[in-house]
Design a binder for this molecule. Structure first.
Ligand code: ATP
Length: 235
């Protein structure tokens, strides 16, 4: 469904991605793990059209989207749930969710998806009139996920969904992400919590300093000595 070929991204003189390649097959959950600064967020930002590619290609459904504007990429069905749960703090929960659907014109479909999101997140349903800035961290994360779902994406990308959340909320967030994948939406996820991410994914890539160093099924990466030592705190 999504394929990246030899992607290079630069911020001025800093090369963040040195020619990476990866594939995200339809209806699978693919994770990207790696240390701070490895280039994980840059990869997602490049797919969304928020960072330009210096060279290489990003293909979605057979179409080259490498130089497409971010709004068009979203309209093609790629949603991005960025790091740090950026909700619109002054707006209500409901308004934040409605913004997620701003490119859609199918009022009935939007209303159905809103019901689905509020069913999935009862805490958001209870707080639908509350301004988003006063929600707890975990609730804001739920809202950011719900908002990405409102564009009815075919591919949804999560950047560090567990960052800064209490352990029980982390578990809940991961089970919601698994539920999204089980409902047939393709998922790509960047996660520092390498063990949980590898445990739940279909396939994984390991990025180190802008280079893809390892790929395989999650269960195989969990067993890999280098991964165990560097990312899972085991010998
Ligand atoms: P983290 O887990 O810490 O978010 P990451 O793997 O997502 O790390 P990126 O945010 O993609 O890493 O950053 C990759 C490299 O690009 C880093 O060296 C970072 O300092 C650099 N970088 C990221 N954004 C910018 C920017 N706007 N300007 C300059 N350099 C940047």
């Amino acid at each position: 469904m999504l394929e990246i070929k030899n992607l290079v991204c630069r911020y001025g003189k800093v090369t963040a991605l040195e020619g990476i390649s990866l594939k995200v097959p339809e209806k699978q959950l693919v994770v990207l793990v790696g240390a701070n600064g490895a280039g994980k967020s840059t990869t997602l930002r490049a797919i969304s059209g928020l960072v330009p590619a210096a060279s290489g290609q990003i293909i979605f459904d057979g179409e080259d989207i490498t130089s497409m504007a971010a709004g068009r990429i979203l309209a093609k069905g790629i949603a991005h749930c960025p790091e740090g749960r950026r909700v619109f703090g002054e707006m209500s929960v409901l308004e934040n969710l409605e913004i997620g659907a701003y490119l859609r014109r199918d009022a009935k479909g939007i209303a159905d998806d809103l019901d689905r999101v509020l069913d999935l997140f009862p805490r958001l349903a209870e707080r639908r009139k509350q301004v988003a800035g006063t929600l707890s961290g975990g609730e804001q994360q739920m809202l950011a996920i719900g908002r990405s779902m409102m564009s009815r994406p075919r591919l949804i990308m999560f950047d560090e969904p567990s960052l800064g959340l209490a352990p029980n909320i982390v578990e809940q967030t991961f089970s919601i992400i698994q539920g999204i994948r089980e409902s047939g939406t393709t998922v790509m996820m960047v996660e520092q919590n390498a063990f949980a991410a590898l445990d739940m994914c279909d396939y994984a890539y390991l990025l180190e300093a802008g280079t893809m160093v390892l790929e395989g099924k999650g269960e195989d990466l969990i067993k890999n000595p280098h991964v165990r030592e560097a990312y899972l705190g085991a010998g």
